[in-house]
Design a protein around this ligand. Sequence first.
Ligand code: ADP
Ligand code: ZN
Ligand code: MG
Length: 492
Amino acid sequence: MKLNENYEPVIGLEVHAQLLTKTKAFCGCPTTFGSEPNTNVCPVCLGMPGTLPVLNRNLVEFILRMGIATNCSIAPRSIFARKNYFYPDLPKGYQISQYEEPICTNGWVEIDIDDGSRKKIGITRIHMEEDAGKSIHDIEVDTLVDVNRCGVPLIEIVSEPDLRSPKEAYLYLSKIKQIVTYLGICDGNMEEGSLRCDANVSVRKKGEKKFGTKTEVKNMNSFRNVERALEYEINRQIQLIEDGGEVVQETLLWDANQNVAVPMRSKEEAHDYRYFPDPDLVPVLVDEKWIARVRADLPEYPTKRRDRFVAELGLPAYDADVLTVEKGVADYFEETLRKLSSVSGKPAKEDAKQVSNWVMTDILRVIGEQKIDIDDSPVSPNRLAGMIGLVYDGTISGKIAKEVFEEMLTSKDDPKSIVQRKGLLQVSDSGELEKVVDEVLASNQPQVEKYIGGNEKVFGFFVGEAMKVTKGKGNPKIVNEILRKKLQALKN
Ligand code: ADP
Ligand code: ZN
Ligand code: MG
């Protein structure tokens, strides 16, 4: 969609990330997804009178990773507040959330924008909070409530209004996803709600210094939807102003089926959450030692890893980009490379492109098709390396390798057994291949005439035919050699 050039959008995002801790934020209940409704609960997360919440240390550990990775200042002392509101899926009647004194403030991340430069996007704050339960609106039985999610730990990442287009918002959100998955603190899945985004947006005339009145768009459950919803809302605001109207501050819900944002509540109806410090929780104290330890343990940052793939492994920039978008993919690639180098005895640099090709085309395709995480790939790094090794040592041809790979998707056997079981061993026996070549030349006389007449291009045709006869199992190097020898003899 084309946006009116006389206006400039201003966007700030509020992103919620559900943390991968094993237990909830303030009790020992498991955070397992998909359990029987209302089974992962206890008196604490149900908010029974007389119970006391105790902060999960891992929640702090995880937010520290995020804060440090995004260049935030870490508060040595931060506190929790109660955010009061009534809703059926919130039995306590309030959510515990950091409010006035969050643990992380004043950070930034960089995004790669279209003109090839990098742009810094400010992060106002990152704070800890707990999730509420879930209301399931069922047509037949009315509304059901599942409180398993009550108390599951979240972090909220609030950006500065630094984003200037839906595309930049998309890039920023992708960056946040990349960071949380690299840090191993969130699985980053927007469709399943582990990553949620609310977008604040306003428009102003180009050159204007003051921000316009903003609206907030909620309920976008995919990266595409965030971009679409923002385009929609920006156009609506511009149209409104062009028609002499005024933007009013309100919250809108994105409807992905209709491609429209529907007003949910205006400023007048906004909740008054009556925040106050939670008297049941002590302040969170973080000392320099803790910060230093988390900093030292941070995994290699995506951009750094990408640069290393190019510099040390000689990969094309494109490959390095694709492989480092997700930490799991980069880990898988490096693990396969390590395994392969240990069998091939070659320096990693010589195997890197080969492994990259398999991961980018075959592994990523399979996990995309099966909608699974790379950690659950039916072909492990070990088996993939084993199979590439078979191509290296001449056991199978590159073409047969694709067949073996397909077989590995459904069979747990190691690649060597598959090759044996399916009779896919490469034919390197010169005597046997000579017979094949003779047969091909004999049954393709017109092409042989052409070749002798000087048309060298038909050489590839002979190779293809010979491979067909061997059902792809002929060793292409030897087939090539024999063909050259025989054709040369015919020419003389
Ligand atoms: P509120 O008081 O409504 O919560 P905040 O100032 O806390 O608003 O900002 C919430 C989010 O809205 C932040 O991500 C911020 O960057 C963004 N934001 C603030 N002002 C504007 C504006 N005029 N246009 C677009 N986004 C804005
Ligand atoms: Zn509990
Ligand atoms: Mg605010």
